[in-house]
Design a protein around this ligand. Structure first.
Ligand SMILES: Cc1ncc(COP(=O)(O)O)c(C=O)c1O
Length: 362
């Protein structure tokens, strides 16, 4: 007995965690600073932690009220109907629900290259095909409607990542609309706003009201610091929002995730602190890194360091874990998450030393 043929399915490789790296190097996790997975350097929203404690004794029951209450709170936040909010197991889970709802076997999705791997993976699990549109390094990974439409060939879902992982570039709302106007009648434009709290400007959720062909993905993993809970959602047009009931996994988000999400939504202080720190760290990296960087609207900065695998390894030895972007098709780049001030300063200092030593060696 064997699973079906999965040879065309790429494995998802997350940024490396502290325990994993420390164990491999025989060192104490406390010696490392992890800036590889765009996690929140200040931890979870304290209000969310409190809510988890408070509700821990209730996990014997299914999360009926909690699910409904979080859905209502998110709907209220965005001024949409609760039915338009598709709660999910992270933004990743929301991508899966959209695949389930949209894709017939053989339908294709269009994804950015470089880009977030899970769009294509989810499409393949759902018997779909994957096409790409290219973001050009020579054009600073600029994201315009033309970039997407030039390669559009009738795909059913078009993924736009704004801000984009790993480059930090973004789409204007006009560009999102132009993509939606320029793609087929049956095409859904999905705007992945996993990092939107870190960017200035309006969410594409404002488009969902007046169009039936735009949906938006958001997550609690980044600005709210709840990556470990796996909580995200899609906001979809009212016209087909009822599809959720036919495609979701029952109780898509757990009791503690929902309770934490409700509390985190009101914890403006934590989000503001996180966003401010990311803005500071981005500027600090642009100014101080002795390597070319790209303007980022997320909580990370992409830097060109030559041999990214070697730089990542050397940095790791020095206690700083960043993301080698080779798997994104950018073997000369690393992505550095915005840390606390101390973490960011340390990462910049160590990376500059790694680069300086390499220059001397050459
Ligand atoms: C662009 C993008 N979208 C979606 C996600 C999914 O996040 P999560 O499943 O943790 O909500 C990530 C995670 O890093 C991401 O970078």
């Amino acid at each position: 007995m064997q699973p079906r043929d999965l040879s065309a399915h790429a494995e998802y490789r997350a940024g490396r965690g502290i325990e994993e790296v420390a164990r491999e190097l025989g060192r104490d996790p406390a010696e490392f600073v992890v800036l590889s997975s765009n996690e929140n350097p200040f931890g979870p929203s304290p209000a969310a932690v409190e809510a988890i404690r408070e509700h821990a004794a209730r996990v014997n029951g299914y999360p009926k009220a909690a699910h409904a209450d979080l859905t209502a709170a998110i709907a209220d936040r965005w001024d949409v109907a609760p039915a338009q909010v598709w709660l999910a197991n992270g933004g990743d889970g929301a991508i899966d629900y959209l695949s389930r709802a949209m894709l017939e076997p053989g339908d294709a999705v269009s994804v950015p290259e470089p880009g977030f791997a899970y769009y294509g993976m989810s499409a393949r699990y759902h018997h779909g095909e994957v096409a790409t549109y290219g973001l050009s390094e020579a054009e600073d990974f600029e994201q315009t409607a033309d970039t997407v439409l030039a390669d559009y060939d009738g795909e059913r879902i078009v993924y736009l990542t704004s801000p984009h992982n790993p480059t930090g570039s973004r789409f204007s709302l006009d560009a999102v609309e132009a993509v939606a106007d320029g793609t087929g009648q049956d095409a859904l434009v999905v705007v992945d706003e996993a990092y939107a709290e870190f960017a200035a400007g309006e969410s594409a959720i404002s488009l969902v009201d007046r169009r039936d062909d735009v949906a938006v993905i958001r997550t609690f993993s980044k600005a709210y610091g709840l990556a470990g809970l796996r909580l995200g959602y899609a906001v979809v047009p009212e016209a087909w929002a009822d599809a959720y009931a036919r495609v979701n996994t029952p109780f898509a988000a757990g009791e503690l995730s929902c309770r934490a999400g409700i509390a985190a939504l009101d914890d403006d202080e934590h989000v503001e602190r996180t966003v401010e720190a990311a803005r500071w760290a981005r500027e600090y990296m642009y100014d101080r890194l002795e390597a070319p960087t790209w303007e980022s609207h997320g909580n990370f900065v992409l830097a060109e360091v030559g041999d990214a695998a070697a730089a990542t390894e050397e940095l790791q030895r020095r206690g700083v874990i960043v993301r080698d972007c080779t798997s994104f098709g950018l073997p000369a780049c690393v992505r550095i998450t915005c840390g606390t001030e101390d973490e960011t300063r340390l990462a910049v200092r160590e990376l500059n030393e790694v680069l300086a030593r390499r220059e001397v060696a050459e």
